[in-house]
Design a protein around this ligand. Structure first.
Ligand code: AMP
Ligand code: ZN
Ligand code: FE
Ligand code: FE
Length: 314
């Protein structure tokens, strides 16, 4: 991954037309990207599967950061008519591409074997790194005169397996220093801000390898700049990437088309999901803005049935 960076289309400015939102033609029956309170979401896995089934979802993946605990909690007692795929999101660190946001690409692993011991050991190392970093973030904020420990008392239940910045963001809201999670990131938790601490952990080859070795399909998540940064995507394909998240809830219609064209060109399975985290919004509310076509479910299952769990054959 050493080619020079391609220019990236400006996100949105006064000079560009307003993005055209995706208008779901009906309720999505598929959502392959969600978080629970076992990582940085706010809803329990039990509440999430119940709400998803009630919203019309028939194929769901819980993709918590670096943990399968949420999946394990509910896998044996699902609502009728809901199928749950084991999943995980691994935020992989890209050391040679500082132009990427926070030098990360997010790899969602779908259909990994939840009993795979090697995957579990890898995720445990990731979680340990997250626990250390979480403590350092609290200290950094304290050094900047911001005390969030009392607010965290109620916000970090023992069952949180995998700690992340959104939990710190909620504590900052609780002590009155931010109004929303986004604002807390902007002011305190992004690179250059007083509470920011970089993560250490897997790189893309390690993340994709861990997913594939556990029988899963490795998907590049919410990479709206896929067409402009095709070299990055190709580099990940060389590492074993098998899918691209085309139907991401906050992509506008043009982005869905552009990312979808990349998926076709590179023969990657197009997936999609809400990236639901809770934070005061109900699942039903978020799901209403999600469109993932039914054929995504067929394609993902077909890919998982292939021995390599990788891109399309031929
Ligand atoms: P961490 O895993 O601790 O590095 O935190 C990253 C996670 O925080 C991402 O996976 C998102 O879920 C969330 N996140 C990242 N940036 C923002 C932001 N600007 N506003 C809200 N949530 C964010
Ligand atoms: Zn998250
Ligand atoms: Fe992500
Ligand atoms: Fe996510």
């Amino acid at each position: 991954m050493t080619q020079p960076a391609a220019p990236v289309r400006a996100r949105r400015s006064r000079h560009t037309a307003a993005p055209v939102p995706v208008v779901p033609p009906g309720p999505s029956t598929i959502d392959l990207h969600t978080h629970t309170n076992r990582s940085d979401g706010t809803e329990s896995a039990a509440d999430l599967v119940r709400a998803a089934a009630a919203a019309g979802v028939r194929l769901l993946a819980i993709t918590d950061h670096d943990t399968l605990a949420g999946y394990r909690e509910v896998a044996s007692r699902l609502p009728a008519a809901l199928e749950l795929l084991p999943g995980v999101e691994i935020n992989a660190i890209v050391r040679d591409r500082p132009e990427l946001r926070e030098s990360e690409v997010h790899i969602v692993g779908l259909g990994v074997d939840p009993a795979d011991a090697a995957l579990e050991a890898t995720l445990e190392r990731q979680r340990l790194g997250r626990r250390r970093r979480f403590a350092t973030m609290i200290e950094r904020l304290r050094a900047a005169g911001i005390e969030i420990a009392p607010a965290l008392g109620g916000l970090v239940p023992d069952e949180i397996d995998s700690l992340g910045r959104p939990t710190i963001a909620r504590a900052l809201i609780a002590v009155g220093l931010a109004g929303t999670v986004e604002e807390a990131f902007e002011r305190y938790l992004s690179p250059g801000r007083p509470g920011y601490v970089p993560r250490d952990g897997l790189d893309p080859l390690g993340a994709i390898g861990a997913v594939r070795d556990a029988g899963g399909l490795a998907v590049l998540a919410h990479f709206g700049e896929a067409a402009e940064r095709l070299a990055v995507v190709r580099g990940l394909v060389d590492c074993g990437l098998g899918g691209l998240e085309v139907y991401y809830r906050t992509f506008d219609a043009a982005t869905v088309r552009r990312v979808g064209a990349v998926a076709r060109e590179l023969r990657l399975v197009a997936t999609g999901g809400s990236d639901y985290h809770g934070d005061g919004r109900s699942y039903a509310d978020v799901h209403a803005g999600l469109w993932v076509p039914a054929e995504v479910g067929t394609a993902v299952k077909a890919a998982l049935d292939r021995p390599t769990g990788s891109a399309e054959p031929g």
